[in-house]
Design a protein around this ligand. Structure first.
Ligand SMILES: [Zn+2]
Ligand SMILES: [Zn+2]
Length: 359
């Protein structure tokens, strides 16, 4: 049986969802399915005796493109990742089900699904009762509901999870999800793509893909600011008032634009997630000496002019796309900044090789 978390909000497992999808009852009107596949066939493959009718409303892909016909695995060359599928389902198609493809893995990107999931829960509760379920009702559904409680009740990650445990004591989001929920809290309960927290996370996701042996092609890189069309991304022009001068980094030798402020992946000087133990101790004893270690590099997201990165090596030089001057270095396993912080993966531009100006 699903557990009641808040008025009209329930958490459950795949059994609970299957029962609701088969039932005549009108107690539930909305289902949010968090399974490794968004398709209803996940249910029938799990239990072949099930038969559930559905009617597609829409499919939405990452990046905003919408489709009413493409199937989930119709990748047609370029990988188009499904964000969610919305459909009518169950007896007389009286339920609305949103299927979100999410695996219960620490490296799974939960953050990018939060907005659509939390909005779906919000809208559903205005009109009826919603069941949020995953396979076991322990990790994925708990992570989404924790985020929901965080956002709607302005709770910390710990308090929201504790509150959810009052309703359902065995919930336990995986550690990767817990980290991401903490980032969600630090970003003020919204997904802020410009925030250094999000940029570091995005880079970590890319690093995980690389470590799993996936080919990282330039479509996953940031736009080249040196190309005329890419100079100001829509995201930036929408979030700033346009007239403001924006810091930009140019090759010292030929003045080609190599990075914009929005490309920078910031870090706390002297604080690394993977800082060596001795380094940590040293820093704790001399907190006031941080400013002596000014960073000699800036770290950026991988950009489309970085041809050496695209070749797939673990590490290598970063050279100017125009004059070939050496600007820095990249290493998927990380580089230690002069301040002591480890940045992993790292795409480093030496401050001595670039000029800061404004555009
Ligand atoms: Zn630094
Ligand atoms: Zn140059």
């Amino acid at each position: 049986m699903p557990y009641l978390v808040r008025d009209r909000l329930f958490i459950g497992n795949i059994n609970d969802a299957a029962e609701i999808l088969q039932s005549e009852s009108t107690e539930f009107t909305f289902i949010l399915s968090l399974l490794s596949s968004a398709s209803i066939t996940f249910f029938t493959e799990w239990r072949s005796s099930l038969s559930i009718t559905t009617k597609e409303i829409r499919k939405v892909y990452v990046g905003g493109s919408e489709s009413a016909s493409k199937s989930e695995d119709d990748a047609s060359g370029k990988s188009q990742k499904l964000l969610y599928a919305l459909e009518y389902a169950g007896k007389d198609l009286k339920l609305v089900r949103m299927g979100v493809p999410l695996r219960d893995m620490e490296s799974e990107n939960l953050l990018d699904y939060l907005d659509v999931c939390l909005d779906f829960i919000d809208e559903s509760r205005k009109e009826g009762s919603v069941l949020v379920h995953c396979f076991a009702g322990v990790s994925r559904s708990a992570a989404i509901i924790t985020a929901y409680l965080m956002r709607t009740e302005q709770l910390s990650q710990e308090d929201a999870l504790e509150s959810l445990r009052q309703s359902c004591e065995f919930v336990c989001p995986n550690d990767g999800f817990l980290d991401q929920l903490k980032m969600f809290e630090e970003m003020g309960f919204k997904i802020d793509h410009a925030s250094p927290i999000y940029k570091r996370f995005q880079l970590k996701v890319l690093g995980d893909l690389y470590n799993r042996g996936e080919r990282i092609d330039s479509s996953k890189f940031g736009a080249d600011p040196g190309l005329p069309t890419a100079a100001i991304s829509s995201e930036v022009s929408a979030s700033t008032d346009g007239a403001k001068p924006m810091p930009a980094f140019r090759c010292k030798k030929c003045r080609r634009l190599v990075a914009l402020e929005e490309n920078i992946v910031g870090h706390e000087p002297g604080e690394g997630e993977t800082c060596f133990e001795w380094k940590k101790r040293k820093n704790n004893n001399s907190l006031n000496r941080y400013d002596e270690h000014e960073c000699s590099s800036i770290f950026v997201e991988p950009l489309q002019w970085m041809k050496t990165v695209e070749e797939g090596a673990l590490e290598g030089k970063l050279s100017c796309a125009h004059c070939d001057a050496r600007l820095g270095y990249f290493n998927w396993s990380g580089i230690q900044c002069s301040c002591g912080s480890w940045i992993t993966p790292a795409f480093q531009l030496h401050k001595s090789r670039v000029d800061i100006s404004t555009i």
